[in-house]
Design a protein around this ligand. Structure first.
Ligand SMILES: Cc1ncc(C[n+]2csc(CCOP(=O)(O)OP(=O)(O)O)c2C)c(N)n1
Ligand SMILES: [Mg+2]
Length: 627
């Protein structure tokens, strides 16, 4: 099959727009071909869209890709990673060290593009946050990127409500753009995320939908016929269309339309041709996920008016063109922002200090001064109850500690009850209590997005429903984000709800997930210690697993102090008169049972030891530090 190219392209590249777009396209094609693996078709089709956005609109400084008020660009179609890598390369985005200092090196040098998908390349198969500067979030599992973008947009609204002040109305005014495809639209999480974004009227959020009618198995007619525009209108979004992905004027109009919409998020539906310009593969699923092949690449390059045999070719003037566009605009905006923040610091020193600490993932001085100690109490209280007290003590001293629940706050006890904490809503973006609705999956991704903007988010639900949000949890771990998940009703102690609500294998699941710290405290004082550890994590998500039912508050004058929790496991009660004959190891609600058994055994003359082991991961970590 041969496909005519809609707009004949002159063999001479007359304009820098087209030259730049074709550079993005051909880098993607060559990168995938060299790797002999990857997804060339969508970068080829969406190059003009990404180019128009980056070159004309995105407020992003390639010299400082972590400037806090930069616009965010999320590539929700993570498989089209070569599109992003080409942009990062051509705009010469700088690498950032983990201490947030911008280094001189280019984040994605040409050698990295040539080593696409190879071990250790800055261009892995799917974009990875923290590995490649300029990548705003890890994507690949379809739907996660768009949902994460909602969290970013939410966090921006919260930051603006708290920190923008008279004369500084634009301190936080960044926009969030996410590029998505048919896969993202089919995944349920996009529906959850779009629904809450519309409800919250996030006018700083723009999704761009690549409506190419192609997925892996073929035409979307196989499985997807819904009217996406109507669906989003139903969510309360502003919906606009661009009938041809190559039409830069229409694209610019759509972005202007987004920018002038102040009461709703915007969806731009762009009709595109996957594999644009490849004569035998355009508009087929064959262009989706495999190299085009040398001959097809040659023909596509001919169609573009490109030198057919040149590989990884960046024509003269392209780098400079980007420098003069996004580079110049971004640098001016970034420098102006930092000049203003100097002024802001003079007028609002406390707020400026908060911002500094938050953006560096530090805690305020004395953040833990109100953490409670609980008196011995044989009847005790549920760990969800003690956690509520600790959570509020934390919230008092960390203003950017914010979060909520998937409609279960009355049960998970995660409401911030401090005076003035308020509820986050379209009418009050300063609220600290979030209502994610019954949308666990989106909640997970939204928390990731919020954390990427550097507020300290928590989300809560019943432990059993962690199964609805395993993917975003996994991404928190992969991205090393200190998101806090509070899960209650952690065992058979859930009571009358029955087997659908009883977690059985969930503890094992959480422990098996790399990079995640799970803590299941055994009494109220271990809850305090758990929060103390969690708040000081910088690079790991934490899962706090709590009970519905009351647990005795252990007598710490008789047994070891709860501070042992920081080591993951500690000897709570030891054998007398020789080595233990039996060691009882418990977590959470089982610790008190172990202590009862210990007392019984001691009476019977059996030497027993009780180990409370609230966190396998913390235990493993401290082992490494032992001499
Ligand atoms: C959650 C999830 N399921 C499946 C996949 C595997 N996968 C990668 S791309 C793709 C098809 C995506 O189609 P579309 O979003 O339309 O992208 P296009 O082919 O148009 O680039 C699939 C199923 C995935 N990455 N994530
Ligand atoms: Mg598609």
């Amino acid at each position: 099959m041969s496909v005519a190219i809609a707009t004949p392209i002159s063999p001479v590249q007359q304009d820098m727009d087209l030259t730049s777009i074709n550079t993005i396209r051909t880098l993607a094609m060559d990168g995938v071909q060299a790797a002999n693996s990857g997804h060339p078709g969508t970068p080829m089709a969406m190059a003009p869209v990404a180019y128009c956005l980056w070159q004309q609109f995105l407020r992003f400084d390639p010299q400082d890709p972590v400037w806090p008020n930069r616009d965010r660009f999320v590539l929700s179609i993570g498989h089209a990673s070569m599109l992003l890598y080409s942009l990062l390369h051509l705009t010469q985005v700088r690498a950032v060290s983990k201490d947030y200092e911008t280094l001189g090196e280019v984040s994605v040098p040409m050698d990295a593009i040539k080593a696409f998908r190879q071990v250790d390349s800055r261009c892995p198969g799917h974009p990875e946050y923290r590995w490649t500067s300029g990548v705003e979030t890890t994507t690949g599992p379809l739907g996660q990127g768009v949902a994460t973008s909602v969290g970013m947009a939410i966090a921006r609204q919260w930051l603006a409500a708290r920190y923008n002040r008279p004369g500084f109305e634009d301190l936080f005014d960044f926009n969030v753009y996410a590029l998505c495809g048919d896969g993202c639209m089919m995944e349920g999480i996009s529906g959850e995320a779009a629904s809450i974004a519309g409800h919250l009227r996030l006018s700083n959020l723009c999704w761009i939908y690549d409506n190419n009618h192609i997925t892996i198995e073929g035409n979307t007619a196989l499985a997807f016929t819904e009217d996406v525009a109507t669906r989003f209108i139903g969510y309360g979004w502003n919906v606009t269309r661009v009938g041809d992905a190559n039409d830069l004027n229409m694209l610019a109009r759509a972005f202007h339309n987004f920018q002038s919409t102040n009461d709703r998020p915007t969806l731009i539906i762009v009709d595109s041709h996957i594999g644009y310009g490849a004569p035998h593969k355009q508009d087929t699923s064959g262009a989706h996920g495999e190299p085009l092949g040398e001959e097809e690449i040659r023909l596509a390059k001919r169609n573009y008016g490109w030198p057919e045999d040149k590989k990884f070719y960046v024509p003269d003037g392209v780098y400079d063109h980007f420098r003069q566009g996004i580079g110049k605009r971004g640098q001016q905006l970034r420098n102006a922002w930092f000049a203003r923040i100097g002024e802001y610091r003079k007028q609002y020193p406390d707020l400026a200090e908060e911002l500094f600490r938050m953006q560096h993932r530090q805690l305020p001085e004395g953040w833990d001064r109100d953490l409670p100690t609980f008196p011995t109490d044989p009847k005790g209280l549920a760990t969800r109850e003690s956690s509520a007290k600790v959570l509020n003590a934390v919230a008092k001293n960390i203003p950017w500690f914010i979060g909520g629940s998937a409609d279960l706050a009355p049960s998970t006890k995660t409401r911030i009850t401090l005076e003035g904490a308020g509820d986050f809503s379209a009418e009050n973006y300063a609220g600290r209590n979030f209502h994610f609705g019954i949308r666990e999956h989106a909640m997970g991704a939204i928390l990731n997005g919020m954390s990427l903007v550097k507020v300290r988010p928590f989300g809560s639900g019943f432990f059993i429903f962690v199964d609805y949000m395993r993917e975003p949890l996994r991404l928190s771990a992969l991205m090393e984000l200190p998101v806090i998940y509070v899960f209650t009703h952690d065992s058979i102690g859930v009571g009358e709800d029955g087997p659908t609500h009883q977690p059985i294998e969930q503890l094992a699941h959480m422990r098996a997930m790399p990079g995640l710290i799970m803590i299941r405290p055994g009494d109220a004082n271990e809850v305090t210690e758990a929060w103390r550890v969690i708040l000081q994590l910088h690079h790991e998500p934490a899962v706090l697993v709590l009970t519905r039912q009351a647990l005795p508050t252990i007598d710490r004058t008789k047994y070891a102090p709860a501070s042992g929790l920081a080591r993951g496991a500690y000897v709570l009660a030891d054998a007398h008169g020789g080595d233990p004959e039996v060691i009882l190891i418990g977590t959470g609600s089982e610790v008190a049972l172990c202590l009862e058994a210990y007392e019984q055994l001691s009476k019977e003359g059996v030497r027993a030891r009780v180990v409370s082991m609230p966190s396998w991961e913390l235990f493993d970590d401290q082992d490494k530090e032992l001499p």
